[in-house]
Design a protein around this ligand. Structure first.
Ligand SMILES: [Zn+2]
Length: 46
């Protein structure tokens, strides 16, 4: 899945992500940037 890293300001493609639910109940995916380790989030369509 492709995530956007705000620190690298680049899109990162990673297979290592986990599904999470945000506080507002929306499903999202969480991953770590393979280059800098910054957490990346992505809202997924319900
Ligand atoms: Zn990064």
């Amino acid at each position: 899945m492709v995530f956007y890293c705000v620190k690298c300001r680049e899109k990162k493609d990673t297979e290592e992500f986990e599904k999470v639910t945000l506080k507002n109940g929306r499903p999202a995916c969480k991953a770590k940037c393979p280059d800098c380790g910054t957490g990346m989030f992505k809202i997924v369509a319900a």
